[in-house]
Design a protein around this ligand. Structure first.
Ligand code: URA
Length: 240
């Protein structure tokens, strides 16, 4: 029953997505393949060649997102937190979802875990957060009480994350924590076991690491060292 509900929600979101692309009727496959906008946005159009594809600008993606009410998170949010940073960055960090501070300001990672992330980027990696990176989340609206985003919320928002990544075409994506890693890899990721390992997301190098809030909660030398090692691997890859 749950699976059926989930499938219906996904179908609903797909239809909304087609509407956003300007369709007024359900198109046949050939029509879709001729629609460059669809080619850019269809997640099943597995783009090993994402890097070589022309895609919508971030501004166009944000415009399609609009004043989104595609899932129930819209009901409790103050602001949509789309993302921030350099739209041409080589490095993109993907978090889980906005917290209270982010919801208030409409910007990602501006609260306590944001401070930690900025520290990792600037002190740890020697990069400039605004100039060298782009930061966004799996879901763009705050889950109530900072709970994990639910499956229907992730599936409603994921097309926009995919389009953001297609627009930016970074060299490296860093998934922060288990929900981001699991969403990008399409499976449940045991983050303690898999952090520090390279993966691929649509032809782009993907590094998994701990979420900054996990680091704050479990502030051990071992965990700090682990993230430091992970970011060293990222820097090495960026210099290639
Ligand atoms: N945690 C996240 O995952 N994202 C934010 O934007 C803030 C906190």
């Amino acid at each position: 029953m749950e699976t059926r509900k989930q499938e219906l929600r996904e179908l609903k979101n797909y239809l909304i997505h087609l509407k956003d692309l300007g369709y007024t009727e359900i198109p046949c496959e050939a029509e879709l393949l001729n629609n460059s906008a669809f080619q850019k946005t269809n997640p099943s159009n597995s783009a090993n060649n994402m890097a070589s594809k022309k895609s919508n600008s971030l501004a166009a993606v944000q415009k399609v997102l609009g004043d989104c009410t595609r899932c129930k998170l819209s009901e409790g949010r103050k602001n949509i937190v789309f993302g921030s940073g350099n739209p041409n960055a080589d490095l993109v960090f993907v978090g889980e979802g906005p917290g209270a501070d982010e919801d208030e300001q409409g910007l990602p990672f501006v609260g306590r875990s944001g401070k930690k992330l900025t520290e990792i980027i600037e002190k740890g990696m020697g990069l400039n957060r605004e100039k060298d990176t782009y930061i966004c989340n799996i879901v763009k609206c705050r889950p109530p009480g900072n709970r994990d985003p639910e499956a229907d919320e992730v599936s409603a928002c994921k097309p926009f994350l995919i389009q953001q990544l297609q627009a930016i075409k970074p060299k490296v994506i860093v998934a922060l924590g288990k929900p981001a890693s699991s969403t990008l890899l399409g499976r449940t990721v045991p983050i303690v076991k898999e952090r520090g390992t390279w993966h691929e997301y649509e032809g782009i190098k993907l590094m998994l690491t701990f979420h900054p809030s996990y680091l704050i909660r479990f502030y051990t030398l071992e965990n700090r060292k682990a993230v430091h090692e992970d970011m060293k691997k990222v820097l090495k890859e960026l210099k290639k």
